[in-house]
Design a protein around this ligand. Structure first.
Ligand SMILES: *[C@@H]1O[C@H](CO)[C@@H](O)[C@H](O)[C@H]1NC(C)=O
Ligand SMILES: *[C@@H]1O[C@H](CO)[C@@H](O)[C@H](O)[C@H]1NC(C)=O
Length: 408
């Protein structure tokens, strides 16, 4: 009896030690966030173990677990018709809201899910629910793209998938088939999906014949650059769930097919040290002095080593490619971009990517709404239902829907 009591107490203490992480007081529902983080961390560790034992690639294993637990069949509701199909060879899940009598044509939203270019799916519960509610509340047609993932394909295949399926959707006869108003189409995505959405919109807007086809872009805590992993938000949130810095950098390295041996060097910005010429020209496009408010930069200590490791960019030049890092695009490209919404969270390494992109777009003359959540954490917008429901999840989602409703 006593022994089992001691064992039980030890196990509880160990579990608490595993779950507990210090979090800032201003973050939403801290205990729930710790639990969510512990589950995600545990799943990642199991996947790493399976990888280590040579039984499968860790990203495949992790995604297998996520998709098996969360998979949802295409299931229509009373208000929304849900179908799985493909657009020019790229799988998509289509959500069609019902048409009101006065509005025969609906608004269209191309949605690109997040997950580090390697995880999740348009068909898991979280994204399926988001798109159903979006189709219903906005009375719109949502195209949720099931682009191919790492390690089956790597950069730029993910970009090509979203470009190809969007091109297909924007054909007049396809828009007509889905009763979509050609002048009211938006592109949107969260996290790595926000990265792909931003890259897609930049590509379209370089082509004058396609330029007019996208009315607006809505980017939710997007990934936008890999030049500097020590922006103020990267430093402040290096260990914040759901996306600690070293995990984000591993996603980058996998996406660009680099060596994981570089992760530690990337953490200290050795890939873009001051003696690396390719980075020097681009640094002005990520100038925190002019792009971030002084409330953020007041006590900031940038990390810009004088010398680093030139081999990293030789092996992964795509770290500075605008199709992977849309924040680094030329001002001439930004000038042509459509009206933009960017949602950022305070407790997120990617906060400053979003703020800097908003500022650059604004300076280029684009109409930008920056919607910042002081108690938000990375990924919160998809966590809206039990047991992973967060008040900031509901608030971010409502705010995002409201902007789309008023602007699309
Ligand atoms: C960043 O902006 C500041 C203030 O506008 C300017 O003095 C500085 O030269 C800029 N740095 C780079 C690398 O462009
Ligand atoms: C970064 O580069 C410097 C200079 O080459 C080197 O001394 C240091 O060990 C590197 N740091 C890491 C973490 O790779």
């Amino acid at each position: 009896m006593r022994a089992s009591c001691v064992l039980f107490t030890t196990l509880v203490a160990l579990a608490a030690y595993y779950v507990y992480i210090p979090l800032p007081g201003s973050v939403t529902d801290p205990w729930k966030l710790m639990m969510l983080d512990a589950v995600f961390r545990g799943t990642q560790q199991v996947s790493n173990l399976i990888h280590f034992l040579g039984l499968g690639h860790h990203m495949l294993v992790l995604n297998f677990i996520i998709v098996s637990f969360g998979h949802k069949r295409a299931w229509s509701t009373a208000q929304v018709k849900v179908t799985d199909t493909d657009f020019d060879g790229v799988e998509v899940r289509v959500f069609e809201g019902s048409t009101g009598p006065e509005e025969p044509l609906k608004r269209g939203i191309i949605y690109i899910h997040g997950g580090g270019w390697a995880l999740a799916s348009a068909k898991i519960k979280y994204y399926d629910e988001l798109c159903i509610v979006m189709a219903e509340e906005l009375n719109a047609v949502i195209i949720s793209i099931e682009y191919r993932l790492v390690p089956k394909v790597f950069f730029p295949a993910q970009v090509e998938d979203v470009v190809r399926s969007t091109n297909y959707f924007l054909q007049p006869e396809v828009l007509k088939k889905y009763s979509v108003d050609p002048s009211r189409v938006a592109v949107s995505g969260d996290s790595a999906g926000g990265n792909l959405a931003a890259a897609l919109v930049q590509q379209f807007h370089q082509d004058p014949s396609l330029r007019s086809k996208i009315k607006l872009q809505a980017l939710v805590y997007p990934v936008l650059q890999a030049l500097d992993f020590n922006t103020p938000s990267y430093q402040q949130n290096a260990n914040t769930p759901i996306l600690p810095r070293h995990v984000m950098i591993k996603y980058w390295v996998e996406y660009l097919q680099g060596s994981q041996d570089f992760v530690e060097a990337l953490i200290v910005n050795n890939h873009t040290s001051l003696d690396v010429e390719e980075a020097t020209a681009l640094r002005a496009r990520l100038n925190w002095t002019s792009l971030l408010p002084t409330s953020i930069t007041r006590d900031y200590k940038p990390v810009q080593p004088a010398s680093g490791n030139a081999r990293i960019l030789q092996e992964m030049p795509q770290l500075l490619d605008v199709r992977s890092a849309p924040l680094l695009a030329d001002q001439k490209v930004l000038r042509h971009l459509p009206k933009t919404y960017i949602l950022t969270c305070e407790h997120d390494i990617l906060r400053d990517d979003g703020i800097m992109y908003a500022k650059r777009l604004e300076s280029a003359g684009v109409d930008v709404t920056l919607d910042h959540f002081e108690d938000g954490f990375h990924g919160c917008m998809i966590f809206t239902s039990w047991p992973t429901d967060f008040s900031v999840g509901i608030r971010t989602r409502n705010s995002y829907f409201k902007w789309l409703d008023q602007n699309l």
